[in-house]
Design a protein around this ligand. Structure first.
Ligand SMILES: Nc1nc2c(c(=O)[nH]1)N[C@H]1C(S)=C(S)[C@@H](COP(=O)(O)OP(=O)(O)OC[C@H]3O[C@@H](n4cnc5c(N)ncnc54)[C@H](O)[C@@H]3O)O[C@H]1N2
Ligand code: MOO
Length: 403
């Protein structure tokens, strides 16, 4: 029986994201444990930062009207001191971070004064407000700092700490059950390969991709290519995780049992996407647990993970911004029009003559994992398009697709 037409990547992505139900629980974590977690509630500023006007320089806090005068130092304010009131006809010695004494309206850098014993001669030009960091210039009490759905980065941890916030509400980690299907697979470390076998490279690669996305992984190991083993493994996976991710067994061969087992236990909602590599990508559910099946070919597994599984996982995690960046580059290659699938070439990018250029790895076979390891981006070849050397194309940097 002929298959239905291949599904466009954009349609598949839309369907995936529409069906992503972010149903994770919420827990408070300490700021120190919050890296990579997804914020479950908006965070607003509790206080002004800085809490008072302070000096941006080591020097003197002055009245700007006192330009050119020679004045005595009446006070010394370092960071952490409580500033008083600037006495008339005087200046205050001040250090970076020190609070501006009441009455002073500018700071003069120590390099810009002339010292005559106890008297300090001020320069002829002083701007009111110069070198003063005003109260609330960083954050104003009440303003929105970080929105719900934001993945916490180190700089966000610093920002929240600047507010005195020690605990934040985050979504629980997404628990993903990981399966590798294939009789031929052996684990690295299990000894030399017997005839017909290969090492399981998808398992650590997918494990790494999941960990980088902040998931907890339930690693269910290798599943043999039988209908029973596949059925039982998927059934166990559905009970132990929020999402099932399997590799291999989604194509049309007699040893490809995954789709049948998923259909028997639930449904296949998406299968066969118009992309190269990665056509046999499958999505559905096993009972009520969502299921993603990436193809066994290692490059196909990687590419479908970053293009389809990653945005879906980010949506399940409660993230708002799920898409990867698409940027322009010039093609350091030419390819002819090749049929019915959007291609994702594994490329290396470099900066030449003020522009980014993308050059493909020589062997783009979906079984060649070196093509992914050696590359730093995916260059997009639209369906049916011919690309000429030097033409502007679109590419997706891999670094942005790994977290
Ligand atoms: N008659 C057809 N055959 C194939 C089609 C098709 O449309 N018609 N599609 C091809 C495409 S495209 C792909 S991609 C593959 C995907 O097949 P499966 O997802 O069923 O994957 P397997 O058959 O299990 O394995 C494919 C290939 O990858 C190797 N593999 C599998 N798992 C791992 C692993 N964990 N680590 C390393 N390598 C792995 C496996 O040994 C096979 O060589 O189907 C095409 N066939
Ligand atoms: O889609 Mo397959 O990944 O072309 O080899």
């Amino acid at each position: 029986m002929p298959f239905k037409p291949l599904i466009a990547l954009s349609d598949a992505l839309e369907q995936l994201l529409e069906s992503a139900d972010p149903c994770l629980g919420i827990a408070d974590v300490s700021l120190g444990q919050s890296l990579g977690r997804v914020l479950a509630a908006d965070q607003c500023a509790l206080i002004d930062v800085p809490p008072a006007d302070n000096s941006a320089m080591d020097g003197y806090a002055v009245r700007s009207a006192d330009v050119g005068r020679s004045l005595r130092v009446s006070e010394r304010v370092a960071a952490g001191d409580v500033a008083g009131c600037l006495a008339p006809d005087s200046i205050a010695r001040i250090f970076t971070g020190g609070e501006i004494p009441a009455g002073a309206d500018a700071v003069v850098m120590q390099e810009d004064v002339i010292t005559h014993g106890e008297l300090i001669e001020l320069p002829e030009q002083i701007q009111a407000g110069q070198h003063i960091r005003s109260q609330g210039q960083d954050c104003k009490e009440g303003e929105l700092l970080l929105s719900r759905g934001r993945k916490i980065r180190p700089q966000d941890m610093g920002l929240l700490a600047s507010q005195g916030i020690a605990q934040i509400p985050v979504f629980h980690k997404l628990k993903v059950a990981l399966l590798s299907t294939g009789n031929e697979l052996r684990e690295p470390g299990s000894g030399p390969l017997p005839p017909g076998a290969i090492y399981n490279s998808n398992r650590p690669m997918l494990l790494g991709l999941l960990i980088a996305l902040g998931c907890d992984v339930v690693d269910l190991g290798i599943v043999r290519d039988t209908a029973d083993a596949t059925f039982n493994a998927l059934s166990e996976a559905a009970d132990s995780a929020d999402l099932i991710l399997s590799s291999g067994g989604v194509s049309v061969g007699e040893a490809d049992h995954v789709r049948d087992a998923v259909s028997a236990l639930g449904e296949i909602a998406l299968w066969r996407i118009a992309i190269k590599p990665g056509k046999p990508f499958a999505y559905g559910r096993v009972r009520s647990t969502p299921f993603i099946g990436v193809p066994g070919n290692p490059s196909s597994a990687f590419v479908t993970f970053v293009l389809l599984a990653r945005p879906y996982i980010r949506a399940l995690q409660g993230q708002v911004d799920v898409a990867g960046d698409v940027l322009p580059a010039r093609a350091d290659f030419s390819v002819g029009s090749k049929g019915s699938r959007q291609e994702f070439l594994r490329v290396t990018t470099c900066f030449k003559g003020g522009e980014v250029w993308a050059r493909p790895y020589a062997n783009q076979s979906s079984g060649v994992l070196s093509s992914v390891s050696a590359s730093d981006a995916l260059a997009i070849v639209p369906i049916g398009e011919t690309i000429e050397q030097g033409q502007v194309i679109q590419f997706m940097p891999l670094d942005n697709l790994l977290y």
